[in-house]
Design a protein around this ligand. Sequence first.
Ligand code: G3P
Ligand code: CA
Length: 259
Amino acid sequence: MRPLVFAHRGGADALPEHTLAAYLRALDEGADGVECDVRLTRDGHLVCVHDRRLNRTSNGTGLVSAKTLAQLEALDFASWHPAAATEDLQVEHTRLLTLDRLLEALRERGRPVRLLIETKHPSRYGADVERRLVEMLRRYGLAEPVAGDPVTVTVMSFAALALRRIRTLAPALPTVYLLEILPPGVGRGRLPFGARIAGPGIGLVRARPNLIGNLRSAGLGAYCWTVNAEEDVDLVLKHGVDGIITDRPRLVLEHLEKV
Ligand code: G3P
Ligand code: CA
């Protein structure tokens, strides 16, 4: 069975990251799921934006956390990307994406989809991101996975603190412990606060060729990011990776068909 393929930030290569246009395109192209970073606005809304600042991916400036939802909704999150000039994108699919809107859109599709939600900066926001996230997932009936629900959610973080909060707030929600370096114990299969999946970066996998195998021998899963080149797909496949998080879901899916 091939690994699951997740569109990183909605598939950040072909279309502007974290726009609904990108998420829907990636799923139409056959991605099993999508990866989404979430942050809080000044007035407490969860929005899908990767960077702390608006400057790179919108026509706004300053911190996302210093703006209200209404201020962010007035911005253009697509024109910075080369595809905006060549693709016929619906304007409402290129504005700010809230987590609420993303969940609604995934549910509207009515087809199985896996959503990986990465919470950013647990220390900066206190427990607010995780608390509001779990509240929202509860509203959608997604905080306690139910067999047959087309949308399944997994929460990811580089911070063990965030995983601890999720475990307290919603013990049944699956979590991924993201890794850039190898913390003590992880290589021997010990993940914090009930996480059953590790999420190593591709650089870490290259540096530690036994890591994925060790995790799997310990009964854990491995989702690797951000795997954008065919040779890296081959590498993680060789080690038995469970999930590939990529900016280029189409390329990865086509490559997996061939190997
Ligand atoms: O999927 C994990 C990956 O997204 C972590 O890195 O910086 O793209 O959020 P980043
Ligand atoms: Ca991320």
